[in-house]
Design a protein around this ligand. Structure first.
Ligand SMILES: Cc1ncc(COP(=O)(O)O)c(C=O)c1O
Length: 382
């Protein structure tokens, strides 16, 4: 049986690193995980308690396609709490993670063959999901001096139907401030391109508060998730905010594609939003880890890094050390026992010379990982 051409998407290279790390662990080695893009912590305690109670009394059948009304209302309230934005809960759509939101957004906004701009480096799945929907991802190579975020000049006259941004971004952790976000929204509008803002790392910010596109315009799609700040990756629950006149369009697609997001996860997600003491404590661990990374990586010899404003990653330019980040990551795993992600996942053109280090795990692991990296680099320098 033949496969469609749009199904020919690329694998996640980091999965190969994870598999190699798993093999090393099964042989008895202790590996420090700086490749993972998820919190080491589980869902907040209050989320689990709330679900435990509900499991006994509720068959947890389908919910309505747009999600539990109480959860949509609570998410709308979060926009008041975090950004002082008054948001109509009707505009909030609960999704199966932000990944489910991408499918809904791309399907609702674009027709086959439409061109959608994405910053490079960027989260790899944007490109692959767009391809699998018969859309054309257009990589916008970003510059170190723009802190690896796109600027309007990067997509002038590119005939885009959409522009996708992420702030804080994966893999760099850099953010768009009000002026930068506003310039991008304006430039997209001039091309009649729909603007999608991936805000999955909001809440995980260290210097300034992240800006939501909803502070600047109602004519945008905003995507977020319970995976990162709320530490609920495996629960597969996220959300999207869309213009009022798009809600019914999305509702019809969501009914058919997903019926509804996982009911149990919605119950837990709602409770997680009132577990601030725990989610803020997680943030403090990342803050400590970030400081250790910003001191330890340059000391170890990874000097060309973009200081991250948020998320839990550091992106390093290692082009002075290698042009094959995949082989370099394999060498680091083999000799230092530290798993890191080759930049090729995020930037097919230039990622041969970059690595992503995650600091989402415990502080003790980060300390040990940095010591190992320093010893590895010292031995390599001879
Ligand atoms: C920038 C970005 N967006 C979206 C996702 C997908 O997250 P989820 O589907 O778990 O919400 C990730 C996962 O790492 C990510 O880094």
């Amino acid at each position: 049986m033949r496969n469609s051409s749009r199904s020919q998407v690329d694998p996640f290279i980091v999965m190969d690193v994870m598999e190699a790390a798993r093999r090393a662990e099964s042989e008895g080695r202790r590996i420090i995980h700086m490749e993972v893009g998820q919190p080491g912590t589980g869902a907040p305690r209050g989320a689990i308690d709330a679900l435990e109670g509900r499991l006994r009394e509720d068959p947890l059948g389908y919910t309505v396609a747009l999600g539990l009304p109480a959860l949509r209302a609570r998410i709308a309230r979060l926009y008041g709490e975090w950004y002082d934005v008054d948001l109509n809960p009707e505009r909030v759509i609960v999704t199966s993670g932000s990944s489910g939101a991408f499918l809904l957004a791309f399907t609702a906004l674009f027709d086959s063959g439409d061109r959608v701009g994405i910053g490079a480096p960027g989260y790899p799945s944007y490109r692959q999901i767009l391809k699998s929907l018969g859309l054309v991802p257009v990589d916008l190579p970003t510059a170190a001096e723009n802190r690896y975020q796109p600027v309007p000049a990067d997509f002038a006259d590119m005939d885009l139907a959409g522009l996708m941004v992420a702030s804080p971004a994966n893999p760099t952790g850099t953010m768009l401030d009000h002026a930068a976000m506003s310039a991008l929204i304006g430039a997209a509008r001039e091309q009649d391109a729909s603007f999608i803002s991936d805000e999955i790392y909001h809440g995980l910010e260290y210097e300034a508060k992240a800006v939501t596109a909803l502070e600047l315009s109602d004519d945008v799609y905003v995507i977020n998730s319970f995976s990162k700040y709320f530490s609920m990756t495996g629960w597969r629950v996220g959300w999207m905010v869309v213009p009022e006149d798009h809600v019914r369009v999305i509702e019809r697609i969501a009914q058919n594609m997903f019926i509804c997001p996982p009911h149990a996860s919605q119950v837990a997600a709602l409770a997680s939003m009132d577990c601030e003491a725990e989610t803020q404590a997680n943030l403090e661990v990342y803050r400590t880890n970030r400081a250790l990374m910003l001191e330890g990586l340059p000391k170890a010899g990874f000097t060309r890094i973009a200081p991250p404003d948020g998320a839990f990653y550091v992106y390093a330019d290692v082009s002075d050390l290698t042009d094959d980040s995949r082989a370099f990551a394999a060498e680091i795993l083999d000799k230092a026992g530290v798993a890191v992600t080759p930049g090729l996942d995020f930037d097919p053109e230039r990622g041969g010379g970059t690595l992503r280090f995650s600091y989402a795990r415990s502080t003790a692991d980060i300390e040990e990982g940095l010591e190992r990296l320093a010893a590895f680099m010292a031995a390599r320098a001879g």
